[in-house]
Design a protein around this ligand. Structure first.
Ligand code: FES
Ligand code: FES
Length: 166
């Protein structure tokens, strides 16, 4: 996008790295992440706060990045799905989604994972009902949700074991 006089300087930390960009004040955080920082793991589905595919963590709290202007989160610490793990070293949630078939097309998955990261940090030993409630704001058109719940319960177990052994 070409620069305009109304552009503003935005400084954000994304997955531990500092970024400074001059952008339109109307640019959403999702667009900032995808087009300015080139982190395309954050998906954009409905663009009006309904589907949850664009969920990222801002200072540890989940937000809809399609409803958040990048300027609103100036100086914040943003965490996206790219912070979780890599192919050879998956985060326990990613591993569990893979093992329990918690995804099919994968479009909802980044938002599901980031929602689950926040949820398990606050509730490390949840019931299935609590998991269902936690992901109720994230839409999935493929799985029927049961395998996603299986995956989050399984990851919670792995994370608890890891903490117990540490
Ligand atoms: Fe943000 Fe759907 S793209 S909630
Ligand atoms: Fe396709 Fe959830 S896996 S939308």
């Amino acid at each position: 996008m070409s620069a305009s006089q109304s552009d503003v300087l935005v400084k954000l930390k994304v997955n531990g790295k500092d970024y400074e960009r001059r952008i339109s004040p109307r640019m959403h955080l999702a667009d900032f992440l995808r087009s300015e920082v080139h982190l395309t793991g954050t998906h954009v589905g409905c663009e009006h706060g309904v589907c949850g595919a664009c969920t990222v963590l801002v200072n540890g709290k989940s937000v809809r990045s399609c409803l958040t202007f990048a300027v609103q989160v100036q100086d914040a610490d943003i965490r996206t799905v790219e912070s979780l793990g890599v192919v050879d070293n998956l985060h326990p949630l990613q591993q569990a989604f893979w093992e329990k078939h918690g995804l099919q097309c994968g479009f909802c998955t980044p938002g599901m994972l980031m929602t689950a990261v926040e949820f398990l940090a606050a509730n490390p030993d949840p019931s299935r009902e609590e998991v269902a409630e936690a992901i109720s704001g994230n839409l999935c058109r493929c799985t029927g949700y049961q395998t996603i719940i299986d995956a989050i319960i399984s990851a919670a177990q792995t994370l608890r074991q890891g903490r117990a052994e540490a």
